[in-house]
Design a protein around this ligand. Structure first.
Ligand code: SAH
Length: 353
C-alpha cells in the first residue's frame, strides 16, 4: 500500500505516471480514494478555489447517423423519438439561460446531417452576436478539419468530443466498424490545433473496459493536454445492445476524476449528469474529488425525455430555472459557489474572449 500512496504523491508532483503505475492505482482505487481526493481538491483549490462554472446544455437534435452500441440515440434505436430544435427555439434557450446567469452555452446533438456547416455557423454567429459576453461550445461529433475551422471562424470557442476510450480494440467493441478510435483522436488534435478549448473524455465501467484501458485513457489525456475532460459512468439504455451490461460505479468514476485533476492540474472538469444519475449526491461528490464545472440542462422541457442517451437520466422533467436553482443549492451545500462567468481555461488569453 505504501508504494501506491507514493505513486499518488508522484502524480501530484510530476503530473505523470507510467501505464503500469496508473493501472496499479486504478486496481486498488477503493483503498486509495480518500488520500487521492485530499490532493486533488487541494490542486483544484489552488487553480480555481471553490468556484464552480456553469454550462447550459442545449440538446438541439436527437437525430444521429451513428450507431454507437452504448448510446440511446443511436440510429439503430427505432423506438427513439426524434426531434430538432429550430433556431428560434435554440435562441430562446439561450435567452432563458442568460437570465439565469449562464455565460456558456453548449450545443450538443447527435451527428445530424440536417445541420450542415452553414446551419451550424449561422446558429453560432447568431448566439455570439446576441450574447457577446458568452462562450459557445459545440459537441456535435466528428467532422472534417475544414468544418471545424468554419465553426471556429463563426465564433465557436470550445468543442467537446469525448475520445470514449483510448484503446483501439476496446473502441472497436463499443462502436460500429464505420467509426475508429484513430479518427476520433485525430479530430481532437485538429480541434486543439485550430484553437478551440478542447474537451476529451471517457466513460467509466463501459462494457469490456479493463483497468489497463483506463490507464491508457490517462496516458492519452497526458499526451493531448485537453482543456476539459468529461468523465461519467456508463449507464445502460434499454434499447441498445448493451441493455443488460452492468453500469459503471460511482467510486471508480470519482477516482478517475481525482487522477485527472492531478495529471492535468488546470483542467476544467465537469461533475457529470451521468454521475448524478447513478448516485443522489454524485455531482457533489465529484466536486469534492476535484471537479469544478456543472452542466445543467437548458433544453425545452418537452424534448428532454427524447434526448435519452441512457436510462433514468435526471432532470428530464424540470424547467431550466428549477434545474438551475436545485443545482445552486447542491453546490452551496457541498461548500462551493457558482460563479457568473464564461469560465475559460486558465491558459486562455484575454484577446480571444
Ligand atoms: N454526438 C456527439 C455527442 C455525443 S453524446 C459526439 O459524438 O460527441 C455525449 C456523450 O454521452 C458521449 O460522448 C458518451 O460518452 C456519453 N454517453 C452516450 N451514451 C452513454 C451511456 N449509455 N452511458 C453513459 N454515457 C453515455
Amino acid at each position: 500500500m505504501d508504494k501506491l500512496y507514493s505513486l499518488i504523491d508522484k502524480l501530484y508532483s510530476t503530473s505523470h505516471l507510467e501505464k503500469d503505475e496508473y493501472t496499479a492505482l486504478i486496481k486498488n482505487h477503493r483503498e486509495l480514494s480518500d488520500y487521492l481526493f485530499s490532493l486533488s481538491s487541494k490542486v483544484r483549490d489552488k487553480y480555481y478555489g471553490k468556484s464552480v462554472y456553469l454550462r447550459g446544455l442545449i440538446e438541439f437534435t436527437s437525430y444521429c447517423k451513428n450507431n454507437c452500441l452504448y448510446c440511446g440515440i443511436r440510429c439503430g434505436n427505432k423506438s427513439a423519438e426524434r426531434y430538432r430544435l429550430t433556431e428560434k427555439q435554440i435562441m430562446e434557450c439561450c435567452e432563458t439561460g442568460y437570465n439565469l446567469d449562464f455565460r456558456t452555452f453548449v450545443l450538443q446533438g447527435g451527428e445530424d446531417p440536417y445541420y450542415t456547416d452553414d446551419r451550424i455557423c449561422d446558429i453560432v454567429k447568431k448566439i455570439k452576436t446576441t450574447f457577446p459576453d458568452c462562450a459557445v461550445t459545440l459537441s456535435i461529433g466528428e467532422k472534417s478539419e475544414e468544418s471545424y475551422r468554419r465553426y471556429f471562424e463563426a465564433g465557436a470557442d470550445r468543442y467537446l468530443l469525448r475520445h470514449e476510450t483510448a484503446n483501439y480494440e476496446h473502441y472497436a467493441k463499443l462502436h460500429p466498424p464505420s467509426l475508429s478510435a484513430k479518427n476520433r483522436q485525430d479530430c481532437l488534435f485538429t480541434l486543439k490545433k485550430i484553437g478551440f478549448q478542447t474537451g476529451a473524455g471517457f466513460m467509466t465501467g463501459s462494457p469490456y473496459q479493463t483497468a489497463e484501458n483506463l490507464a491508457e485513457d490517462m496516458l492519452f489525456l497526458e499526451k493531448l493536454q485537453p482543456h476539459m475532460v468529461g468523465i461519467g459512468p456508463f449507464i445502460p439504455h434499454h434499447a441498445t445492445p448493451f441493455a443488460d451490461m452492468p453500469q459503471g460505479s460511482v467510486e471508480l468514476t470519482l477516482f478517475m476524476l481525482g487522477l485527472t485533476r492531478l495529471a492535468l492540474p488546470e483542467v476544467l472538469l465537469p461533475a457529470t449528469t451521468a454521475l448524478g444519475t447513478i448516485h443522489p449526491q454524485g455531482r457533489e461528490l465529484a466536486l469534492k474529488a476535484g471537479a469544478n464545472v456543472v452542466m445543467p440542462n437548458l433544453s425545452p422541457t418537452d424534448v428532454r425525455k427524447k434526448y435519452l442517451l441512457y436510462d433514468n437520466k435526471i432532470c428530464t422533467g424540470d424547467e431550466s430555472a428549477q434545474c438551475r436553482k436545485c443545482l445552486e443549492r447542491r453546490v452551496n451545500a457541498a461548500g462551493f459557489k457558482i460563479v457568473k462567468s464564461r469560465g475559460d481555461h486558465v491558459s486562455v488569453n484575454e484577446r480571444k474572449k
